[in-house]
Design a protein around this ligand. Structure first.
Ligand code: RB5
Length: 150
């Protein structure tokens, strides 16, 4: 299970903030909160880069219980930015099955959500699945290694 979350969002993600923080708390996940906390307009890449740098550093030192959670309006800008970082595998998920597969098949270490596309219930389910699902390894190792080689 993933047990430490690095959270970043822009103003477009704020609507999901409270449900995600509550879900992390109920799962017993530690939180490193990089904001935002208010509705002022900000630039999502600033938050995505900070979270991705933190996650990449953690995984490079074998601290694989750490994951990123990035939320913006669509989730797209966060995913695009985070995936520029070597060692980061950010997955944009709109439901629990997508999150489960991103963990078990792709060993995703950042979950991206689009607050304008996903409701509170599916967001909670996707986050819970992401946190609880282990990477399956085996046949997926070769493919995940190929992602990271690019
Ligand atoms: C902000 O208006 C919006 O562009 C951002 O939250 C996100 O959807 C970008 O991908």
């Amino acid at each position: 299970m993933l047990t430490r979350c690095i959270l970043g969002m822009d103003h477009g993600g704020l609507a999901l903030r409270s449900v995600l923080v509550e879900t992390l708390g109920s799962l017993g996940v530690e939180l490193e909160d990089f904001g935002v906390h208010g509705p002022e307009s900000v630039d999502y890449p600033d938050y995505a880069h900070r979270v991705a740098e933190r996650v990449a550093a953690a995984w490079a030192s074998a601290e694989q219980r750490v994951f990123g959670l990035l939320v913006c309006g669509s989730g797209q800008g966060m995913a695009m930015t985070a995936n520029r970082h070597r060692g980061v595998r950010a997955a944009l998920c709109e439901h629990a099955l997508a999150a489960e597969l991103a963990r078990s098949h792709n060993n995703a270490n950042v979950l991206c959500l689009g607050a304008r596309l996903i409701g509170a219930g599916p967001a909670e389910s996707a986050l819970t699945a992401f946190v609880k699902t282990a990477y399956a390894g085996g046949r997926h190792d070769r493919r995940v290694a190929a992602i990271d080689a690019s």
